[in-house]
Design a protein around this ligand. Structure first.
Ligand SMILES: Cc1cc2nc3c(=O)[nH]c(=O)nc-3n(C[C@H](O)[C@H](O)[C@H](O)COP(=O)(O)OP(=O)(O)OC[C@H]3O[C@@H](n4cnc5c(N)ncnc54)[C@H](O)[C@@H]3O)c2cc1C
Length: 361
């Protein structure tokens, strides 16, 4: 039941939050947190009922619950939230475009390993050529979260001019280069570069047809899940902000005004994420879904930056100094806010507004 999954996330929240500082300090992949998610059934919850899951993340009314789960895990640790969101995305793409390949992910989940989606690349990136019974890969992906730990990621590979083809290669940990991930935040996400050159992917591990990855509304519209995780980070920032002002005692009008500005931005962010999730997971016009989620992405970034700025001003230098949890949570959120094509998203939302009397209804 979705309610059980939510209860499990709620139960895990304190332990994941308690481990977040050590994960950040060591820039270590959160093995214990992922093991907890697996043991609580949250990795398997994304699978359809035939595989013992509850199809969490596959649309419909349970999406509101997924939104809460992602936010709750993100509030405990944006690093763990990022990894969980990638897993949810991978399972949904496979369930949507190639359900026959689900046993590959079910086997990973049974072994306690999540999946993830590795699409980002530089220059020529990853390509595949046809061989007997499958595809041979050549090239690499960048910014692969969970690299070295995830064995069956969903990757996109160029095969010609028809758009990329999704695949589930089996990737050995040695192919990951984590030396490139020396980020200010999200340090435990193991977001490395992975070289796939020479790997062979059998036809049974090919997902859908070329171009499916970017198909509307699952690609742009699905970005609401990232916002839901980021919202958890914003929840954590607001809680720490208020706690610190209270501890200081006797705040005057200036910090109170800044707190109110941060609180208004946080609340607006919460509402737009919830609305984006609801619209994206209802059957509807794909272009309208994409445009609304694009609006939410751009809006969320601005609201989050407003909240961060007000918090840093109110708390001052202390908000930049470890091991204060506010330092880590802000670094993580600022890093995770860097998402692809944000300017293009705003532009697409504007195009919709221009064609619809300046509003979404
Ligand atoms: C913690 C973390 C984990 C991640 N994990 C994954 C993962 O598992 N899988 C994955 O696929 N990706 C992952 N990513 C990468 C993510 O998908 C994006 O690729 C990345 O966040 C892009 O951020 P960016 O700010 O560089 O955005 P970009 O879209 O690259 O834009 C940066 C800036 O450059 C500008 N710009 C971009 N292209 C051009 C151009 N051609 N000409 C002019 N201006 C341009 C943009 O307008 C923007 O101002 C992760 C990112 C983070 C932060």
């Amino acid at each position: 039941m979705p309610a059980d999954a939510l209860a499990a996330a709620r139960r895990l929240h304190p332990a994941i939050r308690a481990r977040a500082a050590a994960i950040d300090a060591a820039a270590a992949y959160p093995d214990a947190d992922i093991a907890d998610l697996a043991a609580a059934g949250l990795l398997g919850a994304c699978l359809p009922a035939d595989f013992g899951g509850i199809a969490l993340g596959h649309g419909g009314p349970a999406s509101a619950v997924l939104c809460e789960i992602l936010t709750m895990i993100g509030a405990a640790s944006l690093t763990v939230g990022r990894l969980y969101e990638g897993h949810v995305n991978a399972v949904r793409l496979v369930a949507t475009y190639a359900p026959d390949a689900l046993p590959l992910l079910a086997a990973e989940i049974a072994a306690g390993r999540p999946s993830g989606v590795w699409n980002a690349e530089r220059a020529n990136g990853l390509s595949a050529v046809r061989i007997d019974g499958g595809w041979q890969l050549s090239g690499s992906k960048i910014h692969c979260s969970g690299s070295g730990a995830i064995r069956r990621p969903l990757v996109t590979a160029r095969i010609g001019d028809d758009g990329p083809l999704m695949m589930l290669p089996e990737v050995a940990a040695e192919r990951a280069d984590l030396s490139v991930w020396r980020a200010a935040g999200m340090r435990g996400t193991a977001t490395g570069t992975v070289d796939f050159t020479g790997l062979v992917v059998p036809d049974a591990a090919v997902i859908g047809v070329p171009g499916d990855y970017y198909r509307s509304p699952f690609f742009s519209g699905g970005a609401w899940r990232v916002l839901a995780v980021q919202l958890g980070g914003l929840d954590a920032v607001m809680a720490l902000h208020a706690e610190k002002l209270n501890l200081r005692g006797g705040t005057d009008a200036v910090p109170r005004a800044r707190l109110a500005r941060a609180g208004a931005a946080h609340e607006a962010a919460r509402l737009i994420v919830r609305e984006a999730a609801a619209r994206a997971e209802r059957d509807g016009n794909p272009a309208a879904i994409d445009a609304y989620v694009d609006l939410a992405r751009g809006g969320f970034e601005e609201l989050a930056l407003t909240c961060i700025e007000a918090t840093r001003r109110n708390i001052g230098l202390g908000s930049f100094i470890a091991p204060d949890p506010l330092d880590r949570v802000l670094r993580d959120l600022e890093t995770y806010l860097r998402q692809p094509f944000l300017d293009a998203s705003r532009d697409n939302a504007a195009a919709w507004l221009l064609d619809h009397e300046g509003r979404f209804q």
